[in-house]
Design a binder for this molecule. Structure first.
Ligand code: SF4
Length: 376
């Protein structure tokens, strides 16, 4: 079943490592909610069906939306779609936005899952990343969310920070797992091009990101989460059994989704499209009842490459049958290219399903790239 995504392009503070689309000026927030509703109305025929199994509010910082903003957004969604009774409805939230009053309002809304941007429980890490919250707030907001009745919680964590030793990282991860959260996403810190962190590292104003440290943290992460009963079901995602994120899993499995808002991506099964990542231009276009987007029809080689890139990142891997459906050339190419990785133990095969081993996960993107089909 299809999913719906809203991109809320505002943040209180710019985290130094971030390359998502957002503005720290909240001035346009009321107009943005109107425009999101307008886009939803204009694109009502995009999805092949009107039933939604997941709604995801991401960003940016969706916890900057007021109870009234949420109420208006969901009223619009209900006007055009039927949200199934068991649907997963997630809101990304930052710890500094979550107090008892806000959480009570969220618990009273259609939101049934919170994704909290903790990133770290260490004061030094949070300062290095320029996060808007501190370590006390990181702990406190989880307690408050649980007290407000949210059992479906996930937290984002970042590993590999130069401000954390291996021992500190291990101890904090153990603390995080002890909280009993059913799901977490863990990402390696990177100084991605054009981020503030990249700029500061180049100027010598911030300690550089160490790839070796990130690799050590990732290996430790795999060991300790497995011992605690979490399934490493996607390269950056860990869940207790049956607690997988439904919205993201559908995305990795190629289910259509509609993305609303500046920079939001959509997929209809055959093509991808992405909205302009510029708040003012997005608002101006919607004021004319136009959605500013670019679109790309996926060729067979692109579908093959995408399938490998996303499939290999999951614990289900890629199925030879599905590759064969794209053409026997693709099947032969895949079988030829994957031999080395099978021999080296980086790729494992069971009944026609190919997935990465623990060592292979460290090289996921490089392996997928080596298996890609090169377009003429
Ligand atoms: S809160 Fe999230 S989206 Fe906003 S700047 Fe920080 S990492 Fe980026």
């Amino acid at each position: 079943m299809a999913g719906l995504y809203f991109h809320i392009p505002f943040c209180r503070k710019a985290c130094h490592y971030c390359n998502f689309h957002f503005s720290t000026s909240l001035r346009q927030k009321p107009a943005m909610v109107d425009a999101l509703i307008r886009e939803l109305t204009l694109r009502v025929d995009y999805l092949p069906q009107r039933q939604l199994d997941s709604v995801y509010l991401g960003g940016g910082t969706p916890s900057l939306l007021s109870a009234d903003d949420l109420q208006r957004l969901f009223a619009a969604v209900h006007q055009y779609y039927q949200i199934t009774p068991e649907a997963e409805i997630t809101l990304e939230a930052n710890p500094d936005d979550l107090n008892a009053e806000v959480l009570a309002q969220l618990a009273d809304s259609p939101i049934n899952r919170l994704s909290i941007g903790i990133q770290s429980f260490s004061e030094a890490d949070l300062r290095y990343m320029n996060r808007a919250h501190n370590a006390t707030e990181a702990h406190r907001c989880i307690e408050l969310a649980q007290a407000a009745g949210f059992t479906d919680l996930t937290i984002d964590l970042i590993y590999g920070s130069p401000t954390t030793s291996d021992a500190q990282r291990a101890q904090r991860l153990a603390t995080a797992l002890a909280i009993g959260i059913p799901h977490h996403s863990s990402y390696a810190l990177t100084g991605a091009p054009n981020t503030a962190l990249d700029h500061f590292i180049r100027k010598g104003k911030a300690a550089p990101v160490e790839e070796d440290k990130a690799a050590r943290h990732f290996e430790h992460l795999q060991d300790i989460t497995a011992a605690a009963g979490y399934l490493h079901y996607e390269i950056s995602n860990f869940a207790l059994p049956d607690r997988f994120a439904r919205h993201n899993t559908a995305y990795w499995q190629g289910v259509p989704y509609l993305g609303i808002g500046p920079s939001a991506h959509s997929f209809d099964g055959q093509s991808r499209q992405w909205n302009r990542a510029h708040n003012a231009q997005y608002l101006q276009a919607l004021a004319r009842d136009e959605v500013p987007f670019e679109r790309e029809e996926l060729s067979i080689p692109q579908r093959y490459n995408e399938y490998l890139l996303t499939g290999l990142r999951t614990m289900w891997g890629v199925q030879l049958d599905k590759i064969t459906q794209l053409g026997t050339d693709y099947r032969e190419h895949f079988l030829r290219q994957c031999q080395t990785f099978l021999t080296e133990g980086l790729l494992l095969e069971t009944a026609g399903a190919y997935r990465l081993s623990a060592a292979g996960k460290l090289l996921a993107d490089r392996i997928a790239l080596a298996l890609f089909w090169e377009e003429d």
